[in-house]
Design a binder for this molecule. Structure first.
Ligand code: FAD
Length: 192
């Protein structure tokens, strides 16, 4: 699992004293000298504000796997120092709670999700998500695809999966809401 999140909970609001109230996420760009004795942080690429008292640090790549095996007290102190440095807030209080994910070790969290590679584009997602009909005159499709990989904006996410599932279902049900089932016959993908 190449995905790791750490939630930092504080007992006081961080806004606006330590973080601008309007800020939602900081994308990190490390310099090599920033990572001395802290190589695990090289793939720590963002800090998101999850409410006024909670931050989420996001790591990816191989480091996300190795970090789960690290000594947690070293990780905690490195992390707090890194966050203070990134926020330029040396007086930031210590978090009252630090909750890391353990997805790599969790038998119920296996798996992965799609991404747009350098060789692909949003158009590929649109093609993947197209319903397939037996013939252009057919009102309802024979085959539908749903799941996060079918959403052009929210691929990789649970809400993307939900929305595409809902959209696929709307092709099949009779409902006033179901305007999407009226697909232009000339645009129907038939019998691939
Ligand atoms: C570690 C991790 C952390 C994540 N964190 C977040 C997050 O914080 N926020 C967020 O929005 N998203 C997150 N995601 C992504 C999110 O989990 C996925 O985008 C979402 O679950 C995708 O839903 P889905 O229905 O498209 O696919 P899946 O949830 O992958 O469902 C596909 C299902 O199909 C089954 N299946 C596969 N092949 C077959 C087959 N041949 N026959 C029958 N069944 C089959 C699988 O077992 C699975 O149950 C995370 C994913 C991972 C792996």
């Amino acid at each position: 699992m190449r995905n790791y999140k750490i939630f930092l909970e504080f007992n006081e609001s961080l806004c606006p004293k330590f973080i601008d109230s309007a800020l939602t996420e900081i994308i990190i760009c490390w310099l090599p000298q920033d990572l001395e004795n802290m190589s695990w942080a090289s793939k720590m690429y963002s800090i998101s504000k999850i409410g006024d008292r909670c931050l989420m640090v996001w790591l990816s790549g191989e480091e996300a796997q190795t970090i789960e095996k690290m000594d947690f007290s070293k990780l905690k102190s490195d992390l707090i120092n890194a966050v203070k440095k990134i926020l330029k807030a040396p007086d930031l209080p210590d978090p009252v709670n630090i909750i890391p994910t353990r997805w790599h070790q969790d038998p119920f969290s296996r798996g992965s999700y799609s991404f747009i590679s350098a060789q692909s584009c949003v158009g590929d997602i649109e093609k993947l998500a197209q319903p397939i009909y037996s013939n252009p005159a057919q009102e309802k499709p024979n085959l539908l695809f749903a799941g996060e990989a079918c959403h052009t904006s929210y691929f990789s996410t649970t809400h993307g999966a939900f929305l595409t599932g809902r959209k696929a279902a709307l092709y099949l049900v009779d409902s006033d809401e179901n305007s999407i089932k009226e697909v232009d016959p000339s645009k129907k993908l038939c019998n691939l």
